[in-house]
Design a protein around this ligand. Structure first.
Ligand code: ADP
Ligand code: MG
Length: 620
């Protein structure tokens, strides 16, 4: 907090900052705020997404405006409606101890009359998208002739979206002697042009290297056949039961298609793209923020700048056309000090693009393999065990317990556990048992021969114990006194991990962990049935035997016939139980269905041929 004070911020802002839980200023805030507070100057600030740019211009603007005046003094232009609303909300939160402060959002797709009314009440700060702003200026509904501060936020994206002329037009109605603060993640030619044209000797601030991704994000790619893209996506989701992700597609059409398929297959997914109405987009974003949606399938434009906390994974279902866009995508995760993973599903023809991206972000990708069916089963079972462990007991079931206990009286705890897991997983296991290897054989690190002599272990330590794959590998190597490459395929999940050693080391590993404690906790290790990659059992279609048959797809047809394609809000309605199951998983509310129900339902893999239905027990 003192660190914020040292930047020169006033008490009321410090109080609001404390309420927001910010402890130390980010780099861009540290660099920009003192300058903007001290001087009237133009500024060009380059910082990747998620570095706290909003506060970097928001705090100084709030401190500098006069809340006792009703004149509009600050204008913030941003590329999308979502971003516009997000900035507005942030500004209101920062200015919560500034009585009389009015921040108004101006954007398309909502009533212009209502927005004009709000402005008329006297807004010191307007946050606007360029199109609607220009429109309102043209109709004489806003007056920006006295603004002192103008922010161009996400300038690169505004220009990408073709707002150059609108911006020029808007600025021509503003005073020449205002201060212009431009914020951007990248600095393409167009941005420097606009800086030259509209700014006078701006102070330049660069945080990190231009276009370089956040250190908090690790990058992975998965090489699959193009036709397996969708199944690969589902396996990635299944292997990460707590996933909270944005899935990027290249086109609106693909976005819609992938989201529809995911929903069809029982995932908490929704689409976000420009063909949805504003209202639909708002609903989608609201559910996403509330975590009712686990997989937000989005186009680049629609998801630009969206700031939702704690996104665990960004999945590049397809790579973007423009390589620079990758930075924006991966910047949706690893925000505010958290770590995140950016995954890319690539086909052979695209793999060279990975190297181009590596050069741009100056980071290496990890070549990973799509988890095998059995690996996913292990993950899911352990996840179920953990959620059972963490579930708060619902005493509303008490009256029924005597009868239930009577039915189950003859079983020991061990037997009951086996039964519970069998109830949930028998069909699931049968399904995944023979699922095929989705990885392209040519690029495997381990040949089948090698895999045979390799042992995969399961160990009950993971992210929760502050391990990542590198530190776990180091830890294991030290402990086992093994060489540099003797522990491999380390895959760290939240509360457990997998790793491999050559089978010759099996005894050593099992021996050391026989009675091993870490910080007083007993560490369990087991030999995993899986070798760390599926051996490509060839049948490849276990799913075809299960799941729903062609005829069952009728009810999907019905839904589509309603003609509400894309109306996620509506669709969300008949998926209450699934949303419930997710909520439960993230540890909230109580009266949802037991989470494992939801989970086993959604882990069902879409059969790899067309026509047989994906979901199982959808009505159950
Ligand atoms: P950018 O515009 O650079 O993409 P944002 O301004 O949207 O980034 O900020 C990203 C997230 O970080 C937001 O959730 C914001 O509330 C949070 N944040 C900003 N500054 C700080 C800080 N100093 N400490 C902690 N969190 C912060
Ligand atoms: Mg921003």
């Amino acid at each position: 907090m003192t660190a914020f004070k040292a930047l020169g911020l006033e008490e009321h802002l410090l109080k609001a900052i404390a309420d927001m839980g910010f402890e130390t200023p980010s780099e861009v805030q540290e660099k920009a705020i003192p300058i903007l507070l001290e001087r009237e100057t133009d500024m060009v600030s380059l910082a990747q997404t998620g570095t706290g740019k909003t506060a970097a211009f928001g705090f100084p603007m709030l401190q500098k405006i006069d809340v006792n005046s009703r004149t509009t003094q600050g204008l913030i232009l941003s590329p999308t409606r979502e971003l516009c609303l997000q900035i507005t909300n942030e500004m209101i939160a920062y200015g919560k101890y500034m009585p009389g402060l009015n921040v108004t959002a101006i954007y398309g797709g909502a009533s212009i009359t209502d927005q004009a009314k709000q402005i008329k009440k006297g807004s010191q700060i307007i946050v606007a998208t360029p199109g609607r702003m220009k429109d309102m200026i043209g109709r004489g509904l806003v007056d920006i002739s006295k603004i002192e501060y103008c922010v161009l936020d996400e300038a690169d994206e505004m220009l990408n979206m073709g707002f150059y002329e609108d911006i020029t037009d808007i600025l021509s109605h503003s005073p020449k002697d205002k201060s212009t603060w431009l914020f951007s993640a990248t600095m393409p030619k167009e941005v420097s042009t606009i800086a030259k044209k509209f700014m006078h000797t701006p102070v330049e601030i660069t945080v990190g290297t231009k276009n370089v991704g956040s250190d908090q994000v690790s990058h992975e790619y998965y090489l699959v056949n193009a036709r397996d893209r969708y199944n690969a996506l589902k396996r990635l989701a299944d292997a990460n039961p707590d996933i909270f992700s944005v899935v990027f597609c290249r086109t609106k059409r693909d976005t819609q298609k992938v989201a529809e398929q995911l929903i069809e297959d029982g995932y908490n997914a929704a689409a976000l793209h420009g063909d949805l109405s504003q209202n639909q987009r708002d609903l989608v974003m609201k559910s996403f923020r509330a975590r009712q949606i686990q997989m937000l399938v989005a186009t680049d434009v629609a998801a630009r700048g969206i700031d939702v906390d704690d996104i665990t994974h960004v999945i590049n279902y397809q790579l973007p056309d423009e390589i620079e866009t990758y930075t924006h995508r991966s910047g949706r995760t690893g925000r505010a000090g958290k770590t995140g993973i950016s995954m890319v599903i690539v086909s052979k023809s695209e793999v060279r693009k990975i190297h181009t991206i590596e050069k741009m972000i100056q980071k290496k990708f990890i070549a990973k393999e799509i988890p095998s069916g059995m690996e996913i089963c292990e993950v899911q079972m352990f996840h179920l065990a953990n959620s059972i462990k963490d579930t708060a007991i619902n005493h509303e079931i008490d009256p029924y317990l005597p009868n239930i206990n009577e039915v189950l009286a003859d079983f020991s705890k061990e037997e009951l556990i086996k039964k519970v897991f069998s109830v949930e997983f028998t069909r699931f296991l049968n399904y995944y048992k023979n699922s095929k290897d989705l990885n392209i054989s040519g690029d495997r690190k381990f040949s089948d021969e090698e895999a045979k002599d390799s042992t995969r272990y399961f160990i009950n330590i993971g992210n929760k114990d502050d391990f990542d794959w590198m530190s776990l590998k180091d830890f294991l190597r030290d402990l086992l006194q093994l060489g540099k490459d003797d522990v491999y395929k380390v895959d760290v999940k939240d509360s457990f991990s997998f790793f491999n050693t050559d089978t010759t080391h099996e005894e050593l590993v099992m021996g050391i962990f026989k009675d091993f404690k870490l910080d007083g906790r007993q560490i369990n290790i087991e030999i995993s049935k899986d070798t760390g990659r599926s051996k490509g059992k060839s049948s490849g279609g276990a799913g075809r035997d299960r799941g729903r048959r062609r005829g069952d797809r009728n009810d999907r047809g019905d839904r589509n016939d309603r003609g509400d394609r894309g109306d996620r809000g509506d669709r969300g309605g008949d998926r209450g139980e699934r949303r419930g199951s997710f909520k439960k998983r993230s540890g909230s509310s109580s009266n949802d269905k037991p989470s494992f129900k939801g989970k086993s339902r959604r882990t069902n893999e879409r059969p790899e041929t067309k026509g047989t239905g994906g979901r199982r027990r959808r009505n159950g």
